[in-house]
Design a protein around this ligand. Structure first.
Ligand SMILES: N[C@@H](CCC(=O)N[C@@H](CS)C(=O)NCC(=O)O)C(=O)O
Length: 203
């Protein structure tokens, strides 16, 4: 049986967990924290969570895990089969991850762990976040789901990335990340009611 290593505090772990739940693939949850121990680095080379344990070995990186699960079980696809729709879905996912989530994360230690963030870091983070928001605003369809009529992996990335990025930007800049993205605000409300998210979030 597949084993998902990670901890529920991690938004990426919950995202990977949501992929398994959505696809109705049985798995065992293994509690693990990020670690630079040699043993853990053989499973996840940057020491991050989540990672997936399979009969063939370990797989890190949530997008790689999602694509693996989708190829392993073709029922209930996470990514569209149509090449264009798939490309557009992955394009949105990458921009959400690289230009929203990872940008906001620069200020995560200041937002949640009492560390200092210099004025320069705050400024560059805010500028880059605003640019990321303008970028994804051009890509979201939100009719009713992130990329159109079907729920897919972009919806899961939206839910799990915007939750964290919104919390960080609210705390550090007093900024409402969704102000320029009313369509995403409504989407997030809809997504919170999806069975898969309710199951993973325990709501
Ligand atoms: N790109 C990775 C990011 C995963 C990630 O950043 N996980 C965090 C927990 S939410 C972590 O393990 N951080 C520890 C670290 O970066 O050393 C993925 O898609 O899985």
């Amino acid at each position: 049986m597949l084993k998902l290593h990670g901890m529920s505090r991690s938004n990426y772990y919950r995202l990977a967990r949501a992929c398994l739940v959505f696809k109705r693939i049985p798995f065992e949850a293994v509690n693990a924290a990020p670690s630079q121990d040699e043993d853990y680095l053989t499973k996840s080379p940057m020491g991050r969570v989540p990672c997936l344990e399979t009969d063939q070995g370990y797989l890190s990186e949530t997008l790689a895990i999602a694509e693996y699960l989708d190829a392993l079980h073709t029922d209930r696809p996470l990514l569209p089969a149509d090449p264009w729709a798939r490309g557009k879905t992955l394009e949105l996912i990458r921009h959400v991850e690289l230009d929203i989530e990872l940008v906001a994360r620069r200020c995560l230690p200041a937002a949640f762990f009492g560390q200092e963030a210099s004025e320069e870091l705050r400024q560059s983070t805010r500028t880059d976040l605003e640019r990321g928001v303008r970028a994804v605003a051009r890509l979201y369809v939100c009719d009713p789901y992130a990329t159109g009529s079907e729920f897919n992996l972009a919806d899961l990335y939206t839910f799990y990335s915007f939750g964290l990025a919104g919390a960080i930007s609210g705390k550090i800049f007093g900024m409402d990340l969704l102000e320029g993205l009313p369509q995403v605000r409504s989407l997030l409300e809809r997504l919170a009611g999806e069975d898969v998210i309710r199951e993973v979030e325990g709501t």
